[in-house]
Design a protein around this ligand. Structure first.
Ligand code: PLP
Length: 447
C-alpha cells in the first residue's frame, strides 16, 4: 500500500489492522515486530538485537532456531506433514516413548494435545470420568490456560471475566512463605499449615465430590514459589487418602526449566496425571499433552475415552519434540539449567538483592527465578498491586527493553527465565541489566 514500507513496517501495519491479540485491549497495543531469532537473542524490525530473558512465554528452553530441531521439522515436512490421529505415526510414537521414559513412575502413556490449556482440560476430564466426581481444586496464584475449564482452574485475575461459577473449580492457598496465608514463620511451618489447610478444604468440600487436585509443580507466572520440602508429598498423601486424582501441571516447569526433566519427579512424587507443553519442543510447533498413569490408562482400556483432537500427535510437532528431547540429552541442557541456577542465577540474584532495597525476595531454581519487588521491605507492600501494574514497574520494563532485553514481568515481579542453554556471558549480561534497572525500582522505595 505504501511504496516505501519495509517488510517489518508492513507486518506492523497489517497486525494493527487485522490481528486480534491475547489478553489485551486492542487499541492500547504497540507490539514489537520480531524478524529474526537465534539462541537467546531476537531482532526487531529495525534490526536491533535483544537478549531474550523471557524465553518468549517461558517456552524456548533450548533457545531459538536450534539447527537440529529445524532440520528435523524440515525432514518431517518433506516426508509426512500431517496425518489423522487414528493412524500410527513414527514421530508421535517416538515422542511418546521419550516422554514416558522421563516422566516419573508409571506415567507411561501419552495423550497429545495442541498446547497446555487443552492438556489440562483433558487431564481434568479423565480425572472426572475415573472418579465419577466433578469438583477440581487448584491454588490461588496459579495459571492453567485460557480455555474454559483451564481458565477457571487458574488462580489469577485472568479467571475473573470468564468465571460463571459453574465450572466446578475451587481454589485454596498453596505454600508461599513470603506472603504466607497462614502467618507462618518458617518453611516447615508453612508446609505443615498449608497441608492442614488443604486437608480442611477437602474435608469441608466433601472429599467424595472432588475429582482432582491440580498443582503447578512450581507455580510459574504466579511467581515461582518453589514449594517447601514435603509439601508435594503431603498433597499426594491427602489425594491417596481421599481417592482424589493428583494432577501435576508441568507446562512451564517441564523439560529442563527447573534443572530437572520434571520438578515433581525431583520432589519424589508421582502424580496420577502430568500435563506438559512449552519446553517439550521449545514451542517450535504447537504441542502439549497428558502423561497418564497405569490405572487411568487401563480405565480407558475397555471403554472409549470421550475426547480427541484433529492434530493429536501432529507429525511436525512430535518430530520437533523428538529432536528437542534428543538435543537436550546430547547437549546436557537439563544439567546446564541446574548449574545455571546453582552457580549463576541463585548466587548473583541474591547478591543483587543485597544491593537493592526494592528486592523483597529472590526465589527459584534452575533457569526459573523471580525477583519480588516491594515498595517497602518492612511491610512487603508490592511495587505494583496484585493483578495490576504501576509507574515503577512500567518504567523498569521500558528501561530493560531500551537497554536491549526482553524481560518477563508480572505485576510486581521480574522473572529470570532465559533459555536453559543461555551462555554464561549472556546470563551475566542479563543480570547486569537487571541490576542496573533495579536502581529505578529503588527510587520508589519509601524511605
Ligand atoms: N499451565 C501453565 C503452568 C502455564 O504456564 C501455561 C501457559 O503459560 C499453561 C498451562 C497454558 O498453556 P498454553 O498457553 O499452551 O495453552
Amino acid at each position: 500500500q505504501v511504496a516505501t514500507e519495509s517488510v517489518a513496517q508492513r507486518a506492523y501495519r497489517l497486525d494493527r489492522e487485522h490481528v486480534f491479540h491475547s489478553w489485551s485491549a486492542q487499541d492500547t497495543l504497540d507490539p514489537m515486530v520480531i524478524t529474526q531469532a537465534e539462541g537467546s537473542s531476537v531482532w526487531d524490525g529495525d534490526g536491533r538485537k535483544y537478549l531474550d530473558f523471557s524465553s518468549q512465554l517461558v517456552n524456548t528452553n533450548i533457545g531459538h532456531q536450534h539447527p537440529r530441531v529445524i532440520a528435523a521439522i524440515q525432514e518431517q515436512a518433506a516426508r509426512l506433514c500431517t496425518i489423522a490421529p487414528q493412524y500410527v505415526n513414527e514421530a508421535r510414537s517416538e515422542a511418546a516413548r521419550l516422554i514416558a521414559e522421563r516422566t516419573p513412575g508409571d506415567l507411561n502413556r501419552v495423550f497429545f494435545t495442541n498446547g497446555g490449556a487443552d492438556a489440562n482440560e483433558h487431564a481434568v476430564r479423565m480425572a472426572r470420568l475415573v472418579t465419577g466426581r466433578y469438583k477440581v481444586l487448584t491454588t490461588y496464584r496459579s495459571y492453567h490456560g485460557g480455555t474454559a475449564t483451564a481458565v477457571n482452574m487458574t488462580g489469577d485475575p485472568r479467571r475473573w471475566p470468564s468465571d460463571l461459577g459453574t465450572s466446578g473449580t475451587l481454589h485454596f492457598w498453596g505454600p508461599f512463605l513470603y506472603r504466607s496465608a497462614f502467618h507462618a514463620q518458617s518453611q516447615e511451618e508453612e508446609c505443615a499449615r498449608a497441608l492442614e489447610h488443604l486437608e480442611q478444604v477437602l474435608t469441608f468440600e466433601g472429599p467424595d465430590t472432588i475429582a482432582a487436585v491440580v498443582l503447578e509443580s512450581i507455580p510459574g507466572t504466579a511467581g515461582v514459589m518453589v514449594p517447601p520440602p514435603g509439601y508435594m508429598r503431603g498433597v499426594r498423601e491427602l489425594c491417596d487418602r481421599f481417592g482424589i486424582m493428583m494432577i501435576a501441571d508441568e507446562v512451564m516447569t517441564g523439560f529442563g526449566r527447573t534443572g530437572a526433566w520434571f520438578a515433581i519427579g525431583e520432589a519424589g512424587v508421582v502424580p496420577d496425571l502430568l500435563t506438559f507443553a512449552k519446553g517439550v519442543n521449545s514451542g517450535y510447533v504447537p504441542l502439549g499433552g497428558v502423561a497418564i498413569n497405569r490405572e487411568i490408562a487401563s480405565y480407558f482400556g475397555k471403554r472409549p475415552y470421550p475426547g480427541g483432537l484433529t492434530y493429536s500427535g501432529h507429525p511436525l510437532a512430535t518430530a520437533a519434540a523428538v529432536a528437542t528431547i534428543n538435543v537436550m540429552e546430547d547437549e546436557g541442557i537439563v544439567e546446564n539449567a541446574r548449574r545455571l541456577g546453582e552457580e549463576i542465577f541463585g548466587p548473583r540474584l541474591r547478591a543483587i538483592a543485597e544491593r537493592h532495597p526494592s528486592v523483597g525476595e529472590v526465589r527459584g531454581t534452575g533457569a526459573m527465578w523471580a525477583l519480588e519487588l516491594v515498595r517497602d521491605p518492612a511491610t512487603r507492600e508490592p511495587l505494583a498491586p496484585y493483578g495490576g501494574t504501576s509507574p515503577a514497574m512500567a518504567e523498569l520494563t521500558v528501561f530493560l527493553k531500551a537497554e536491549g532485553m526482553l524481560p518477563f514481568t508480572n505485576f510486581n515481579r521480574i522473572h529470570v527465565v532465559p533459555p536453559c542453554n543461555i551462555s554464561d556471558t549472556d546470563a551475566a549480561e542479563g543480570l547486569r541489566l537487571i541490576d542496573t534497572a533495579l536502581d529505578i525500582a529503588d527510587r520508589y522505595v519509601s524511605a
